[in-house]
Ligand binder design. Structure first.
Ligand code: ADP
Ligand code: ASP
Ligand code: MG
Length: 440
């Protein structure tokens, strides 16, 4: 069994869906195809939810109508026969009627998650209409029947495995299953999701659950590039990565992969391929257990970081000081990304600021607290980085004019991270492209 996941742009136009159908029928291996919402849809659904939570029903209603119009046009481009166009419109109308009903009832968080789920529900059903028109045998596997998160919002592969096995057993003769990325059920049984960009995570979880031969992530670029192509001009694809390297890049901001999407594949040792729907013959990136060579592979940047600096009120760091600090973060389930210590101070970074006020209040009695907002972690990722004696020299040479607030070196064999003000992120990435990769 093979998993093929197609992102928003890969299904965002009728012609792209035609291409997806070609790609999934190129070989005979049974497959589960995981689809995202059409590009732009989840953003539109977020905007609808925001308008409703802000009490602006008029705006929400306008957004719903304009999204509906987009889908009607999409169906005209996707399907040729009147019968299937009619069928697709009936399906889509039901989803938009649901959104219109939500407009009339009182808004809450659970309802918002129902709104966000509509994108993947619609894209998969539309794609199935197209497969039906082409006479391609398939079965739609509802993700809400098997994809779940526990009370801590964590997906558990064994439980997903038993549910998906059950679902697959009901249709044993099928070779092609279509399912939704991103959406799931939470511990209360409500509709929930795996956070933005979560379809990659769905694909990897499904791959782990069915022990797939490969998990292919099809997107709009030919693999993981050595730097962020949205910011730096001359980037190039990286052909091989280890799970550790890919996980660090995903976690530290390489948008091509959801931050958590590597661990299921890594834990169950399933190869992951990053491929380009628009350029299917390009090599892309293959992610396997071991790195194929040592050294730097890529850099990535993660915004929205807050630095907290706690200066001990005593001259030297008393033992137990670090424990007290960490306990505060643990209490508020806020994970720390970077940490540096000196004789009298500890600096940490966090990206989840939900409980920042409460955390600050509890840290204040422990020492002098300084909070520095709008920071970016820039991570240099590769294999056995700390064994490369001149890496730090090249790194700081490249960053000649950039003030660095924190450095994390030695904590991981795969990552050296620096913290810079977000205003200097682009300059930092460009400088590293030149200094570490010799690219402009
Ligand atoms: P999809 O909708 O297929 O999930 P995404 O937009 O989530 O696609 O991810 C693909 C995008 O990630 C690319 O178009 C690219 O702009 C961005 N990206 C950021 N960093 C990298 C990187 N290091 N390598 C490749 N793509 C990256
Ligand atoms: N549609 C969701 C999003 O835009 C999930 C995904 O595309 O991976 O975030
Ligand atoms: Mg994505």
């Amino acid at each position: 069994m093979k998993i093929m996941k197609f992102g928003g742009t890969s299904v965002g136009k009728p012609e792209r869906m035609f291409q997806v159908a070609d790609l999934i029928t190129r070989d005979q291996e049974p497959k589960i195809v995981v689809l995202s919402a059409l590009s732009g849809t989840t953003n539109a659904l977020v905007a609808i939810g925001d308008a409703m939570s802000g009490g602006d029903k008029q705006k929400a209603s306008e957004l719903i109508e304009s999204l509906h119009a987009h889908y009607k046009t999409f169906i005209e481009g996707l399907l040729k026969t009147e019968v299937l166009q009619k069928k697709a419109n009936t399906i889509i109308n039901e989803h938009f009627d649901f959104l219109r009903i939500i407009l009339k009832i009182s808004f809450n968080d659970a309802l918002n998650k129902d709104i966000l789920a509509q994108g993947e529900l619609m894209s998969t059903k539309l794609f199935c209409c197209y497969l039906e028109e082409k006479g391609l045998d398939h079965h739609l596997l509802p993700a809400l029947d098997f994809m779940s998160i526990d009370a801590n919002d964590e997906p558990q592969v064994p439980s997903i495995k038993s549910k998906i096995t059950n679902a697959l057993e009901q249709h044993p003769a099928k070779k092609l299953y279509i399912t939704q990325g991103y959406i799931c059920r939470n511990a209360k049984g409500e509709v929930d999701n795996l956070k933005r960009g979560g379809s990659d995570y769905s694909a990897s979880l499904i791959a782990a659950a069915v022990n797939a031969s490969v998990c292919e992530i099809w997107t709009d670029i030919d693999g993981m590039h050595n730097n962020d192509p949205r910011i730096v001009h001359s980037t190039r694809p990286v052909e091989h990565l280890s799970f550790d390297e890919a996980a660090e890049l995903a976690y530290f901001g390489a948008k091509i992969l959801h931050p958590a999407s590597i661990w299921p594949a890594q834990h169950y040792n399933i190869p992951v391929k990053l491929l380009n729907t628009m350029e299917p013959e390009a090599k892309g990136t293959i992610i396997l257990k071991d790195a194929e060579r040592d050294g730097v592979k890529a850099v990535a940047a993660k915004d929205g970081i807050v630095m907290l600096k706690i200066k001990s009120s005593r001259m030297l760091l008393a033992y137990g000081f670090l424990r007290k600090i960490f306990e505060v973060f643990e209490k508020y389930r806020t994970s720390i990304d970077m940490i540096t210590t000196s004789e009298v101070a500890v600096s940490v970074t966090i990206d989840n600021t939900t409980y920042l006020d409460q955390i600050a209040k509890e840290l204040q009695p422990l020492g002098e607290l300084e909070i520095i907002n709008q920071q970016t972690i820039v991570s240099v990722v590769g294999n056995k980085l700390t064994q490369n004696s001149n890496l730090m020299m090249r790194l700081f040479d490249a960053l000649n004019n950039i003030p660095v607030n924190m450095v994390s070196y030695g904590g991981s064999l795969h990552n050296v991270s620096i913290l810079v003000p977000t205003t200097l992120k682009n300059d930092t990435l460009k400088a590293l492209n030149k200094g570490l990769f010799g690219l402009d």
